[in-house]
Ligand binder design. Structure first.
Ligand code: SIN
Ligand code: MN
Length: 200
């Protein structure tokens, strides 16, 4: 297995084998049924191109009141639990006793992207953030701990896992674009990114 370290982000290429990727997508179906994807807006009212939902005791939301973690889906129901298959990846990669309390599910359809940002709405930055990519390839950009400056990009493919932790926990990152149709994992194409975090 290939492991890259780019600016402190640990990238485990092909961490999830293809048969297990299929099982992960199956495990996500009930999550998406209980907590359908929604289109968040930024505080200034701009629509984000990514659609999202969450599993766990809290989920990340963004609307006219800004971004934050909430115990419920915008429609009012509590988020469904994080599937065991996903928690297993967290424990296999991080080796931590503690489980994440939030799994953000981002869906990138054709043309979707995510601007450069830090993950900083959590209480304690000593816990890492772990991301799992499924479906189409995505061009991931890694910056610096302050906004701006030179960046480096890497294509993330289905099954790749990224750990953002240690001194890189607050490094800016974003997703420039996807190669729509590059994977056949998701029936309608596109890319899913799961982000596991310890929020509280
Ligand atoms: C994120 O930073 O929330 C998403 C990163 C990705 O889609 O790979
Ligand atoms: Mn992020």
């Amino acid at each position: 297995m290939v492991r890259l370290n780019i600016r402190g982000f640990e990238i485990h290429k092909c961490f999830v084998p293809s048969e297990e990727q299929v099982l992960l997508v199956e495990a996500l179906r009930p999550v998406l049924k209980a907590a359908p994807l929604f289109s968040p807006t930024t505080a200034s009212g701009k629509n984000m191109s990514v659609r999202m939902t969450s599993a766990g005791s809290c989920g990340w939301v963004s609307d006219k009141n800004g971004y934050r973690y909430e115990p419920r889906h915008p429609k009012g129901r509590a988020w469904p639990p994080i599937p065991g298959e996903i928690l297993q990846i967290w424990s296999d990669v991080t080796g931590l006793e503690r489980e994440p309390d939030s799994c953000l599910v981002n869906y990138y359809g054709e043309g979707a992207r995510m601007g450069m940002h830090q993950d900083r709405d959590e209480a304690d930055f000593s816990w890492p953030v772990l991301s799992v990519s499924l479906g189409d390839d995505g061009l991931f950009r890694i910056g610096n701990t302050e906004r701006g400056g030179k960046t480096e990009s890497v294509w993330l493919s289905s099954g790749d896992v990224v750990v953002m932790g240690g001194p890189a926990r607050l490094t800016y990152h974003g997703l420039d674009r996807i190669r729509f149709g590059s994977s056949r994992l998701l029936p309608k194409g596109g890319r899913l990114n799961l982000t596991l975090r310890c929020v509280t």
